[in-house]
Design a binder for this molecule. Structure first.
Ligand code: R5P
Length: 311
């Protein structure tokens, strides 16, 4: 087995390599002066089971292109099997046509990864489960829920006053899975989004008064969904508001917005590397998904069950 790193999330690749006790394959990824990407894999990969780890997070287009070029280099280097490991799958939110004459970019990206030569894909908390069907190659989608549930139980031991919140209708299945693991109640926020990046809370469906509320979502980007929901929850009498979000995209002024919000703490995974702003934010904590991803990589390589990791 070989692990090849893209440049998007080196701390995570290093952590995965440490978990697996396998060094990162030697490679050079550099830019020509017009910013074209050039890749050279220095280790022999002929006949190897290769895992390329790259989050297609900011700058999404550069990181995506880098992934495609690395996969091409591995295919031409006669790797036996190439698994594209995308801890964060960018473009996932463009998974349907919201209006006439708009693209389904998540499908386009799936086609590009397949055309480059990936044999299989490993992701974490895909924005929508159906994106698995955009690929005609096997895809394993991991869930951060077990990691989150463990952390919640450590942070709020013996707590039976918890309501898990889905900050929008689309996230109900994800939030319900965590509520079930915790034996907690579920409430849902009815969110309206008139345009990209701007959201408004309409109603809270469920009981939140005097409860410790834990919001569960896949992505925090502008922070609008989360901060508006936190204000609404506190306004409705919630005692404390926590959030566990898999992918901390945190673009624009998101970090400042979250620091200034009534959110007691926001936990994100390291599917996207923390910026200095995230590291210094008092109410943002990063949890590593390296052990989970490493275990999945090990199981894919040894062709054993990955689904048992969901328990
Ligand atoms: C939406 O369906 C997603 O699950 C997230 O709720 C959304 O992407 C968060 O975006 P923002 O932080 O910009 O409100």
């Amino acid at each position: 087995m070989k692990i090849v790193a893209g440049n998007s999330n080196l701390p995570l690749v290093e952590a995965i390599s440490k978990e697996l006790n396998i060094p990162i394959a030697k490679s050079t990824i550099r830019r020509f002066s017009d910013m074209e990407i050039f890749v050279e894999i220095h280790d022999n990969v002929r006949g190897e089971d290769v895992f390329v780890i790259q989050s297609t997070s900011y700058p999404a287009n550069d990181n995506l292109m880098e992934l495609l070029v690395v996969i091409d280099a591995l295919r031409r280097g006669s790797a036996r099997r190439i698994t594209a490991v995308l801890p964060y799958f960018g473009y996932a939110r463009q998974d349907r046509k919201p209006a006439p004459r708009t693209p389904i970019s998540a499908k386009l990206v799936a086609n590009m990864i397949t055309a480059a030569g990936a044999d299989r894909v490993l992701t974490l908390d895909l924005h929508a489960g159906q994106i698995q069907g955009f690929f005609d190659i096997p895809l394993d989608n991991l869930f951060a829920a077990p990691v989150f549930t463990r952390d919640i139980k450590q942070r709020l031991p013996g707590e039976n006053n918890i309501t898990v919140i889905s900050p929008d209708i689309g996230g109900v299945i994800r939030a319900r899975a965590v509520a079930k693991r915790l034996g907690a109640d579920l409430a849902i926020i009815d969110k309206r989004r008139e345009k990209a990046g701007v959201s408004e809370v309409m109603h809270i469906i469920g009981e939140v008064k005097n409860r410790r509320c834990i919001m569960i979502d896949d992505i925090v980007d502008s922070g609008g969904t989360l901060c508006n929901a936190a204000v609404a929850l506190k306004g409705a009498g919630a005692l404390e508001v926590y959030a566990y979000i898999t992918h901390g995209v945190l673009s624009g002024g998101a970090v400042d917005r979250i620091v200034a919000s009534p959110i007691d703490s926001l936990v994100v995974t390291d599917s996207i590397p923390a910026t200095d702003g995230v590291k210094s934010a008092e109410n943002i904590i990063q949890l590593s998904i390296a052990p989970l991803m490493a275990e999945a990589i090990q199981r894919i390589s040894s062709e054993t069950s990955v689904s048992s990791l969901f328990d």
